[in-house]
Design a protein around this ligand. Structure first.
Ligand SMILES: Cc1cc2nc3c(=O)[nH]c(=O)nc-3n(C[C@H](O)[C@H](O)[C@H](O)COP(=O)(O)OP(=O)(O)OC[C@H]3O[C@@H](n4cnc5c(N)ncnc54)[C@H](O)[C@@H]3O)c2cc1C
Length: 386
């Protein structure tokens, strides 16, 4: 892995860094406090081409790759994770399944609007009775041959970007058949927003990511055309495993950004805040804490970039993506805790970015595969499957 960014990627990094500091930072705290989706910021991210970063230009994308996406996510999350997860879910979960598994007609129909950020897509895998154990999917889709439509019934929970004013579709996983042994065969189906019978609940009240959209969805005899099947019938399980493998790299870049943001804020505060007649940063205890935070953020960056480089060059990357996700989410929580400690009482006040980072860090050990699931994947890759 070449650890130097190409001039194009360095330019992208600088552009997003500037945007995060000049546009996101001054406004996001208010959106977060009001639990409001930041449409104006997301629109601007769309205009910058961020939602199209890893997609081909023929569909309105920027012709980049997962490394480019990770760079953008890291810089956004250095300042705020709600906007970063909106981008991550819009790209990795909303548009990527259509790009990887869609027919030409599906790509032409959806990708240009998803790439421009004018529309958001979502991916509904998790259900009230099963997140880590996706094989426990209960949502069903039955093909009504008389009308050539899928009839979908069930529910999904915790789905990011699924209920905004600009959400255009949710790709849902559903059991479409069973093997003779009774094992479910899962398929992915595109459900456009507004389809009769498809209900989106009010946003959850969350601990963090408060300016991002997360909802519960229900499907009651929802009918969509047979051609809304995404990819091969019965291959939905394999498809979403691939989507999640890639998504872990994106979440890892986001977690690295949060961890680095904690360093940025802590260095600044340690120089400004005085106690016992000198800056708190003059104390070795504070210096060592920040040095350790920097070490962890740096190592997490190497891990996600290594996994992204492997993905981009077509090498196996499953284990490296799981390692990167596990490590970066763990140290994001560590750094958020330490940054809050360095800020003392102010670290517990929502007006300080580190308070937001602390609240936003925990979900990184849960979403797109918990830390336990990452350990299971790593152990399996080491040949330890039970
Ligand atoms: C804010 C937010 C946004 C999300 N966005 C999306 C989205 O857009 N789309 C989507 O589909 N999902 C989304 N999710 C769901 C998320 O991916 C799941 O919450 C996650 O995968 C864990 O599933 P679960 O909540 O059902 O926990 P469970 O699977 O019930 O796990 C509970 C605990 O048990 C542990 N556990 C489970 N099985 C084992 C085992 N075999 N060995 C050891 N430990 C085990 C888990 O690691 C965890 O600690 C989101 C969640 C949140 C909170």
């Amino acid at each position: 892995m070449d650890h130097h960014l190409s001039p194009e990627l360095e330019e992208l990094r600088r552009t997003v860094e500037e945007f995060a500091h000049e546009v996101v930072a001054p406004k996001i705290g208010d959106f977060y406090e009001r639990h409001e989706f930041p449409y104006e910021i997301v629109r601007e991210m769309g205009r910058m081409g961020l939602f199209g970063l890893p997609f081909p230009e023929e569909y309105g994308g920027m012709g980049g790759d997962y490394l480019a996406l990770g760079i953008a996510l890291e810089e956004l999350a250095r300042v705020d994770s709600s906007v970063a997860i909106t981008l991550e879910a819009g790209v990795s979960l909303g548009a990527m399944p259509i790009h990887l598994f869609g027919t030409e007609a599906q790509k032409e129909e959806w990708l240009p609007r998803l790439c421009s950020g004018e529309m958001l897509g979502a991916f509904g895998l998790t259900e009230p009775d099963g997140g880590s154990d996706a094989g426990a999917t209960r949502t069903t889709a039955r093909l009504d041959e008389s009308t050539n439509e899928w009839v979908i019934n069930g529910s999904k929970c915790f789905i990011t970007n699924s209920g905004t004013d600009i959400t255009g579709l949710v790709t849902v996983t559903a059991v479409t058949d069973r093997t003779p042994e009774g094992k479910p065969l899962i398929s992915s189906i595109i459900v456009p927003s507004g389809t009769p019978g498809f209900t989106v609940a009010a946003p959850y009240s969350k601990v963090g990511w408060n300016a991002s959209d997360t909802r519960e969805l229900s499907f009651s005899d929802v009918r969509v055309p047979a051609e809304n099947l995404l990819g091969e019938l019965g291959r939905g399980y394999a498809q979403f495993l691939r989507i999640l493998d890639e998504g872990r790299i994106a979440i890892s870049a986001l977690a690295t950004g949060l961890a680095q943001g904690c360093v940025d804020e802590s260095v600044k505060y340690a120089k400004e805040r005085h106690a016992f007649g000198r800056p708190i940063g003059a104390n070795q205890a504070i210096q060592f804490k920040i040095a350790d935070m920097e070490m962890k953020a740096h190592t997490a960056r190497l891990a996600w970039r290594d996994a992204a480089s492997r993905l981009v060059s077509g090498e196996p990357f499953k284990k490296e993506a799981a390692l990167a996700k596990l490590y970066s989410s763990t140290i994001a929580v560590d750094n958020a805790r330490d940054a809050t400690q360095i800020h003392g009482g102010y670290g517990f006040m929502n007006e300080y970015p580190v308070a937001r980072m602390w609240r936003d860090s925990k979900i990184l050990e849960i979403g797109e595969g918990t830390s336990e699931v990452q350990r299971m994947l790593i152990a399996r890759e080491l040949g330890l499957a039970g």
